[in-house]
Design a protein around this ligand. Sequence first.
Ligand SMILES: Cc1cc2nc3c(=O)[nH]c(=O)nc-3n(C[C@H](O)[C@H](O)[C@H](O)COP(=O)(O)OP(=O)(O)OC[C@H]3O[C@@H](n4cnc5c(N)ncnc54)[C@H](O)[C@@H]3O)c2cc1C
Length: 332
Amino acid sequence: MSDKKEVLICGEVKGEKITTITKELMTTGRKLCIDLNQPLSLLLIGQNIQEAANEAILLGADKVYTAEGASWVESFPEHYVSIIADICNQTGPSIILFSQTDMGRDIAPRLAARLGAGVCLDCIELAIDPDTKSLLQTKPVYGGNAMAVWASTNNKPQVITMRPRTAAQAEPDTSRKGEIVPVALDVNNSMIKGKLLETLQEDVKGIRLEEAKVIITGGGGIGGKEGFQLIKELAQILGGAVGISRVPCDEGWMPAGHEIGQTGHMVSPDLYIAVGISGAPQHLAGCSGSKCIIAINKDPEAHIFKEADFGIVGYYREVLPVLIEKCRNLLA
Ligand SMILES: Cc1cc2nc3c(=O)[nH]c(=O)nc-3n(C[C@H](O)[C@H](O)[C@H](O)COP(=O)(O)OP(=O)(O)OC[C@H]3O[C@@H](n4cnc5c(N)ncnc54)[C@H](O)[C@@H]3O)c2cc1C
């Protein structure tokens, strides 16, 4: 194991490029490295990732581990955990960072168990205590109604997932130099318990919810598939993404991949418009990090109004056409 500890980011690539969410992690990782006086490393697993590795150095990585192999979606969690655990056992990172994405949520707890490390999911802020140098991890609790700060207290590595859009994307610096270290994929296949039967394309078009600056979400109050036309129209005008609560998902009005909340996506857009949504804690858990929430609901007593920055009491079929026209004119 190396003497010099490092902060390790487990990055994600899409279409051979580093994802914007990983670029946000690089900003967070760089800040921690400065406070800890440690180098920043990034691990990339996938095919044709050389260009992404070069880009990562310009974005702030001192070292990039590249493992040429199947991408996470085509692979198995056991496979990824083995690769990352091997690297951690060789390099001894102090902090291992993932994004709070499907991959991060799946891999981080398994990796922590494998390493005997601590784990904290869905953090929105990380800082280093200047006196103790321990990692302070802030995350929403009680469905986003309170923030908790944990401090790591031992010398074990700490595994973290960070909620997307909680940091700006790292900007490239063309003068930066770094090292690219290819790592061999030496995975024991007997550890892989699953068997890939079929790959289904997620039925979500347009901007990914975690990356969207604007999200228009429809809930049970929309009342059926057809009502989502208005939601989609407003999202299109504002350059945003469409979200749903549990009800449209259970009723089959919209694909499940759009669900926001405790069991869906965790989002932090600049603007979140909640239409026909009651404001259940399980839903708010996924959107309370939004910078501005506007609620549209026919019931003035709906709980969502307690969480919203602005509220419109009314029937969505009356409110949305006016809002759509206003936005269209303003943005024309
Ligand atoms: C373990 C667990 C996990 C869960 N995870 C999630 C999750 O991840 N995400 C999630 O969303 N839910 C989740 N839920 C479900 C959650 O508890 C709520 O049941 C759900 O969020 C309710 O959705 P809703 O507010 O859209 O619908 P409803 O409760 O049906 O509320 C509809 C709202 O629309 C308003 N309305 C009705 N008609 C109109 C109209 N024409 N115009 C304007 N407003 C109107 C009503 O006043 C009401 O406030 C979970 C539940 C459990 C138990």
